[in-house]
Design a protein around this ligand. Structure first.
Ligand SMILES: Cc1cc2nc3c(=O)[nH]c(=O)nc-3n(C[C@H](O)[C@H](O)[C@H](O)COP(=O)(O)OP(=O)(O)OC[C@H]3O[C@@H](n4cnc5c(N)ncnc54)[C@H](O)[C@@H]3O)c2cc1C
Length: 549
């Protein structure tokens, strides 16, 4: 059932078994699981069912030191969360992703791939993926496209890493009917959780205070509270909930908000193949998303160039995955990039200044040429390929989410973010590009040109976000090293749980969503087990007045 929070009377309250804060990929996965088991559940979703500028503006925040970071466009604040705009790349975690590596400070999980494995089938179902293998050879043998070749790199240096693509699943739409049809699930829209209530010694969460854009407030009382508001807001909400524990819930060891990670993403270079058509079929990312002919049984796949595990160990490097972006005639110019940015802002109904439009005008002829050549989708019109590398981030306690002095429309402190990227990331990026260049030349595949020295002091200016927010409530069984335990329960609080990539201890050079959805399914099983042990007596529950949106 969908309920418009704006229609609920001020001061109303609701009793339920489980309250989930956030209706993104993690929150919806949990709600679907509890709905199938008929466990009374309430999902609090800050936005509505569609994009709204007012709701999105609540994600604005302050960037402190470190790299620049766009807090507004790297996440989406309405039902479905960032699944409304994600690209659908999916990789399961590998042993290497989760392992402790001595040369990477704070690396490693205390659970292994065996903890994720039983849950990938459910995660694939949520994200509309099949169980096809990820081995490159399988795809080469089975795709309908002809003349597809793997780049013949030396295996102890570079390897082809295959990803599956979700359609991409827009969960607020694709799962809406099931969520609405569930008798035990209530989704309250336009409902911003502002404070998690606890008992006087903050050992038990009691419920959540919720604010609506109409200025009204309600309380949801629950036996289990799950925070699934995204990798940045999860930490913010714990820090905001400081009524009893003055430093914020779960923050007795000053860990909430620390270890913020995103995957540093850098584009550079011009790779020209002697035989571009056959290699680009698998590796050119511009084709992956819509390339239905590169599909087997409806699942699409794409390839990236990864560092081999041997080279990572031998040279003490992080993980790095590099994809190729086909660049058409007219593209790769600043003016064209500006046109693309303004167009994207229009599409997202974001504010565009007159100065943006003025800067866009000179790029229109080249952008039109680029648009026309790109829409032919003819690989022969690709001039060259730009390398885009996505790096594993080092978990750094000084990369962190804290609370700003600025306040949002509810009067709540906004987020303050520091994102740092260090020397190991830079060294790994440099080595990965060097190895690609060396292999391309040695194997006679073509040439890679790079302007100037991208690894000079301005290297970090090239680093962009990959829109992945991880680490701010990291998992570790030791409360001095992590905010949540291995069941995603906040240390010291009996019934408060966290879902989403904020619990990731290390992020790999990996796409988070398949893994965070698997972890949410695992958390659902854990809570169901606790619920079955002593289900709540709901006979005294007072449902709120209900109005469908
Ligand atoms: C442009 C883009 C491309 C991406 N591409 C990929 C990709 O290819 N592969 C991949 O794996 N990942 C990708 N991602 C990341 C992926 O989208 C996220 O990992 C995933 O959506 C996170 O899910 P989540 O449920 O944890 O958080 P979110 O999606 O952030 O959902 C959180 C939800 O909580 C709500 N909320 C927030 N605060 C509150 C509050 N106080 N009270 C109530 N509700 C609240 C929000 O409105 C939102 O609906 C991409 C992201 C972006 C932005």
């Amino acid at each position: 059932m969908l309920i418009d929070g704006r229609s609920l009377p001020d001061g109303s309250s609701l009793d339920t078994e489980i309250v989930i804060i956030g209706g993104g990929a993690a929150g919806i996965t949990l709600a679907l699981e509890f709905g199938r088991w008929n466990i009374p559940t309430c999902v609090l979703e800050a936005g509505g069912t569609n994009y709204s500028r007012r709701s999105q503006a609540l994600y604005a925040g302050e960037v402190a030191e470190g790299l620049d970071y766009d807090l507004l466009s790297t996440r989406t604040r309405y039902l479905g969360g960032s699944s409304n705009c994600w690209s659908g790349w999916c990789w399961p975690f590998t042993e290497m992703d989760l392992s402790k590596r001595d040369w990477i400070p704070n690396s490693g999980w205390t659970i292994g791939t065996e903890a994720f494995a039983p849950y990938y089938a459910r995660a694939r179902e949520v994200l509309q993926l099949s169980e096809l293998p990820l081995e490159a050879k399988f795809w080469i043998d089975h795709v309908r496209e002809s003349n597809v070749q793997l780049l013949p790199f030396q295996a102890d240096l570079l390897r082809t890493v295959v990803a599956h693509f979700s359609p991409p699943a827009r969960l607020g739409q694709s799962r809406r009917a099931e969520l609405e049809g569930s008798h035990s699930t209530k989704i309250i829209l336009h409902a911003t959780a502002s404070n998690i209530l606890t008992d006087d010694i903050s050992h038990q969460a009691k419920g959540v205070v919720v604010k609506m854009p109409t200025g009204t407030t309600m309380t949801v009382n629950a036996r289990f509270v799950i925070v699934a508001a995204g990798g940045i807001e999860n930490a913010r909400l714990l820090l905001l909930s400081n009524g009893v524990q003055k430093t914020g819930l779960g923050n007795q060891n000053d860990l909430v908000g620390r270890y913020f990670m995103d995957h540093p993403r850098i584009r550079l270079g011009r790779l020209t193949f002697n035989n571009p058509v056959s290699y680009s079929r698998f590796y050119d990312v511009t084709y992956h998303y819509k390339n239905n002919s590169f599909a087997v049984s409806g699942t699409r796949a794409g390839a990236t160039i990864g560092l081999s595990e041997e080279v990572q160990r031998r040279e003490q490097l992080l993980q790095c995955h590099t994809t190729l972006f086909g660049s058409y005639v007219g593209e790769s110019r600043q003016a064209v990039d500006h046109c693309k940015r303004v167009y994207a802002a229009f599409k997202r109904h974001e504010h565009v200044d007159l100065s943006d439009i003025a800067r866009m005008v000179p790029g229109i002829p080249a952008a039109t040429a680029a648009f026309l050549t790109r829409s032919t989708r003819m690989r022969r019109l690709v001039k060259h390929y730009t390398l885009e590398s996505i790096l594993e981030p080092v978990p750094d306690p000084n990369s962190r989410v804290t609370l700003s002095d600025q306040r949002d429309e509810f009067g709540l402190p906004r987020v303050r973010l520091t994102w740092r990227v260090g020397d190991l990331e830079k060294r790994t990026h440099r080595r990965a590009v060097e190895l690609i260049r060396q292999q391309v030349e040695e194997q006679g595949l073509g040439r890679l040109e790079i302007d100037g020295d991208p690894w000079d002091d301005s290297w970090s200016d090239r680093v962009q976000s990959t829109w992945h927010h991880m680490g701010t409530t990291r998992m570790n069984p030791d409360p001095k090293l992590g905010v949540v335990d291995e069941n995603c329960k906040v240390h010291g609080i009996g019934n408060l749980y966290i879902a989403g990539s904020s619990v990731f201890s290390t992020g790999g050079a990996n796409m988070p969503t398949l893994n965070l959805v698997a972890l949410a399914a695992r958390l659902a099983d854990h809570i169901k087990m606790l619920h079955d042990v002593s289900p709540l007596d709901l006979s005294s529950a007072h449902p709120p007045r209900v109005a469908a949106e």
